[in-house]
Write a protein that binds this ligand. Structure first.
Ligand SMILES: C[S@@+](CC[C@H](N)C(=O)[O-])C[C@H]1O[C@@H](n2cnc3c(N)ncnc32)[C@H](O)[C@@H]1O
Length: 322
């Protein structure tokens, strides 16, 4: 499918909070179709460096092609690019402490995963029960659905899908085994826990979300990234996170609160930033997006008292000029 169909969510807000420094070094943890990455690259200029990750080899190749086209347009104004096929939890292997001016992570799946039936993410189109973002990994959704015992399956659907009818669904799945396709699984979920009055989502939505998060270890990935992030940023460096469901957003919120308490981060978004009506109209996926941003604070090692007012502004300006 073509990259043109993917619209980067909250891109103006991303650029506002990332506040790209010309000539700086940035990481885009989730390249996808390189929508955000292209905007960052343009703002960086020829002296900059953009490091990008994607665990999905197909997405990485699409991003590479899109950035190559941009390089053709920008010529010498194109920053240096380092594109990495792999999980963003490994970012500290590729970046030195205090090296980054900013870091962006736009969590979750891309429209490519949902649109391509053979990737097995969607209950709307029939495909094999796969759900791996990184196709080099072994664990698939089919293994989870057919091999995990009923109790563990129910817990997984409850915790990662926030599905209250998880026990009933797990029982129906175990009875219907073997289940090999997304349509078969969606049917089993729908008949065991049909849509209730007022439901706006398909009855299988939460079960599919739970399986996807589990198969891809998504929450552990985010935890590992957020543990590393403050140490990789320069003073004044920005961290921008976009989440799409409450489990992701809770991790982002907690990491920022912990950074604030440890005196390493200043939180820039008191509440998460969400898409305006216009964007939601144009791109329905943006409806559930929540952006949180923070700035790395310089640790003197002596005085960790938070700076106030004018002093804080001056310190930030100095950090930005370095
Ligand atoms: C929502 S899309 C990103 C879209 C991108 N910001 C853009 O503007 O086109 C998320 C991408 O991140 C990738 N991804 C998700 N989790 C990842 C992880 N733990 N490590 C590396 N890439 C990941 C997915 O494969 C997907 O391509």
């Amino acid at each position: 499918m073509s990259g043109e169909r993917h619209v980067p969510v909250l891109w103006m807000e991303v650029m506002e909070y990332l506040a790209v420094r010309r000539g700086g070094t940035y990481v885009d943890c989730t390249l996808g179709f390189a929508g955000h990455a292209s905007a960052i690259a343009k703002a960086l200029g020829g002296a900059g460096h953009l490091i990008g990750f994607d665990r999905d080899p197909e997405a990485l190749e699409l991003a590479r092609a899109r950035l190559a086209t941009l390089a053709g347009e920008l010529g010498e104004a194109m920053p240096k690019l380092t594109l990495i096929h792999g999980e963003f939890s490994r970012v500290a292997e590729f970046v030195k402490p205090g090296e980054l001016d900013g870091m962006l992570a736009d969590f979750g799946t891309s429209s490519m995963h949902l649109d391509q039936a053979h990737r097995g993410f969607s209950f709307q189109a029939d495909g094999p029960l796969d759900m791996r973002m990184n196709t080099a990994q072994e664990l698939t959704a089919e293994q989870v659905v057919n091999q995990v015992d009923e109790n563990d399956l129910a817990n997984l659907i409850y915790e990662l899908g926030e599905e209250r009818r998880s026990r009933r669904i797990a029982r129906a799945i175990v009875r219907a085994r073997p289940i090999t396709t997304t349509a078969q699984l969606a049917g089993v979920v729908r008949s065991s826990a049909p849509a209730m009055k007022g439901d706006k989502i398909h009855p299988a939505t939460r079960t599919f979300q739970a399986l996807r998060i589990h198969v891809n270890g998504e929450l552990d990935e985010i935890k590992a990234l957020l543990e590393n992030a403050p140490a990789l940023l320069k003073p004044g460096g920005r961290l921008v996170l976009i989440s799409f469901h409450s489990l992701e957003d809770r991790l982002a919120k907690d990491a920022m609160r912990d950074g604030k308490e440890a005196g390493t981060l200043e939180v820039l978004t008191r509440k998460p930033v969400t898409a305006g009506e216009d964007e939601v109209q144009r791109n329905p996926r943006s409806r559930s997006a929540k952006l949180r941003a923070a700035e790395r604070i310089e640790l003197t090692g002596v005085d960790r008292t938070p700076l106030r007012g004018a002093e804080k502004m001056k310190a930030r300006q100095q950090a930005r000029q370095r």
